[in-house]
Design a protein around this ligand. Structure first.
Ligand code: BG6
Ligand code: MG
Length: 216
């Protein structure tokens, strides 16, 4: 039986995956990297800021020192934070708000397991905070998905054994992390049927048999 559902944030509850892409694209253009595209962006789903930067730099032909990389990651984050200024409830992905309400009504605990260090501000601006019991994010972790750390921290904060947690993810790295942590998984998003999740659905607005899912 599932007692807690742990949601990834970007691309699962909120459309901020698109803003990440726009911010990386702006940085890439400044670096003269013209080949960075949506296909590359798929490799950034779920992984940390620094791992996402490596995906961009791999499309160029220059080597960067660790200091330069840190400065570039900060620059991208500043572009991203500027885009987040306009964020509100409209950024919630279809079905997200209803799903959070449904789980609350059923007495299921809800956690966040996201690589993003911007998680707190996004939850606040989109009005989702009241529906979230515990948050585990890039501010809590040392390792990036597919390592299960972010989900194990969420499970611990929720007080639920890993085997009674369901992870909802839009990235292959995230589904691998859920499996590595011994958790059940629901894959959603543009690549939902290729993620290797236990159950998959195009989005949270799709017909999802929550009775069956929560009985897993
Ligand atoms: C993940 C995104 O949720 O967070 C990645 O899928 C992103 O693309 C990562 O790089 C880190 O986000 P942030 O906000 O800490 O730069
Ligand atoms: Mg995601």
């Amino acid at each position: 039986m599932i007692k807690s559902v742990i949601f990834d944030l970007d691309g699962v509850l909120v459309s901020t995956d698109e803003l990440h892409y726009q911010a990386w694209k702006k940085l890439a253009a400044e670096l003269g990297i013209t080949g960075f595209n949506r296909e590359d962006n798929e490799k950034q789903r779920g992984v940390s800021r620094m791992a996402s930067l490596e995906v961009v730099l791999a499309k160029g032909d220059r080597q960067y020192t660790n200091e330069e990389k840190a400065a570039l990651a900060e620059k991208k984050n500043n572009y991203y934070k500027e885009m987040l200024k306009d964020l509100d409830e409209r950024a919630a992905l279809p079905g997200a708000a209803n799903t959070l309400k449904l789980l609350r009504e059923r007495g299921i605990l809800v956690g966040i397991g996201s690589a993003s260090k911007n998680t707190p501000v996004i939850l606040e601006k989109t009005g989702m905070l009241p529906y979230i019991d515990k948050v585990s994010c890039g501010l809590d972790t040392m390792k990036s998905k597919p390592d299960p750390e972010v989900f194990l921290i969420a499970a611990k904060k929720l007080g639920t054994p890993a085997g009674e947690c369901l992870v909802v993810e839009d990235s292959a790295a995230g589904i691998q992390a859920a499996k590595a942590g011994g958790m059940k998984s629901l894959g959603v998003g543009p690549y939902y049927n290729t993620l290797g999740a236990d159950v998959c659905a195009a989005s949270l607005a799709a017909e999802i048999d929550w009775d069956k899912l929560l009985a897993m």
